[in-house]
Design a protein around this ligand. Structure first.
Ligand SMILES: [Zn+2]
Length: 409
């Protein structure tokens, strides 16, 4: 099941009744949290059993479905709180949680949405409904007009509305070709295999590492400059971090779009390395750990975009992928330059070679079905560029042009 949240701005000021509703909802949630803490229960059902009757009388103005939703919100907060308490050592405690901001959440049967007009009908209590008019952009239209996206919960905030759209995942198709990708700090490098021949390809994103470095330096400078005021330093660094995050994410989306639309147009499965197993020693290599984030994020984006289109994703253990010769199988422990060279005569770009190894691992585990590939049939000549930063500057809405660029190595 996919869930995407659509954030909508409100067209016009919020009705005072909606504000009262949010206040009542927040109050009910906070009371439920307190009751849950006292009775040591964290599940929604337990909360409901415990306090529903009392609350029904205490909040006569709150629609029953909204009250149940307040219990669900409280249960979520209680669960988080319990998890945090577990992580604490030496008798340290944290303050009991509560909802501070004005909000309310409605379950999918607790509101109605006119998908065409972009108007929400929100019941407050029997006989009293309010209408919320949403600002609908073209991006929102993709979800509103497509009935395969069903409606999930609705979150109302003083200035915006968040609607969860849900859709059952497509069943992955049977691949006709394979795209195997090795993920590096500045590029995805791989091979595209169709009808037993392989072509090298690459998506480059050098700007991601550059942005990270620049923000890293800037944060260091801020920390030095405002060393006498930690509160300001923290606030400034947080803002820096958010901006960095947004800028990196924007670029990763472009890269992922290029990969996914190429795979989709070719009916490919995508092979990626499983990055979860990669761990660094505590505190030792902080910079390297941070630089892993964009790679994991890129995988996450590629995976969900692929899932939406029914593209099969195959994750494999990357062990030895950069050290093994795909022809004779010998393992080379010494670090090489940009080229992987073996005594058996095989030589290839180091990263592309790693992607062939990933594919071989997937194939040996039977994960790619009947598709076969012999590294000997690999063409060394041309490199396809699936993505480069200049493409983002062009006007293609999804960062992909119809014609792929071919660069001769
Ligand atoms: Zn070899």
């Amino acid at each position: 099941m996919h869930v995407r949240s659509g954030v909508f701005c409100l067209d016009g000021p919020l009705a005072p009744e909606a504000r009262f509703l949010m206040q009542d909802f927040r109050l009910a949630t906070n009371r439920a949290i307190r009751a849950g803490l006292q009775a040591k229960v964290t599940s929604r059902n337990a909360l409901s059993k415990l306090i529903y009757k009392d609350f029904r009388e205490g909040h006569p103005g709150l629609y029953a479905k909204h009250l149940a939703s307040a219990f669900a919100v409280a249960a979520g907060i209680l669960k988080n709180h319990r998890r945090r308490m577990k992580g604490l050592k030496n008798g340290r405690t944290v303050r009991p949680p509560y909802v501070k901001r004005l909000m309310m959440k409605a379950v999918n049967q607790g509101y109605r949405l006119d998908r065409k007009e972009g108007v929400i009908d929100l019941p407050i209590r029997a006989g009293l409904h309010i209408k919320l008019r949403l600002v609908v952009s073209q991006y929102h239209r993709r979800y509103l007009d497509d009935e395969s996206w069903s409606l999930g919960s609705l979150t109302l905030l003083p200035d915006r509305v968040i609607i969860a759209f849900r859709r059952v995942s497509l069943k992955p198709y049977a691949p006709k070709s394979i795209l195997s990708l090795d993920t590096n700090e500045r590029s995805l490098d791989g091979v595209f295999i169709k009808e037993c021949t392989g072509v090298p390809l690459r998506a480059v994103f050098p700007d991601v590492a550059i942005i990270q470095q620049r923000h890293h330096d800037r944060r260091k400078k801020l920390q030095k400059k405002k060393a006498n005021d930690r509160r300001i330093t923290r606030a400034l660094c947080k803002r820096e971090g958010q901006r960095e995050h947004d800028r990196v994410k924007y670029r990763l989306h472009h890269v992922a779009n290029a990969i996914v639309s190429f795979a989709n147009s070719q009916g490919s499965a995508i092979v990626l390395e499983d990055l979860r197993g990669i761990r660094y020693k505590k505190g030792k290599d902080l910079n390297r750990r941070l630089s892993m984030w964009p790679r994991r994020e890129l995988h996450r984006i590629i995976e969900y975009k692929a899932e939406e289109k029914g593209i099969p994703i195959i994750k494999v253990d990357p062990r030895y992928s950069s050290k093994r010769c795909p022809i004779c199988g010998s393992i080379h422990h010494s670090r090489m330059g940009t080229e992987f060279e073996c005594e058996c005569g095989w030589h290839l770009d180091r990263h592309i070679n790693a992607s062939i190894n990933l594919l071989q691992t997937a194939s040996s585990k039977g994960l790619v079905g009947g598709l076969r590939f012999d590294p000997g049939a690999f063409r060394h000549d041309a490199m396809r560029i699936l993505y480069e930063p200049a493409m983002a500057a062009r006007s293609e809405p999804n960062g992909m042009s119809g014609e792929l660029e071919v660069v001769v190595l």
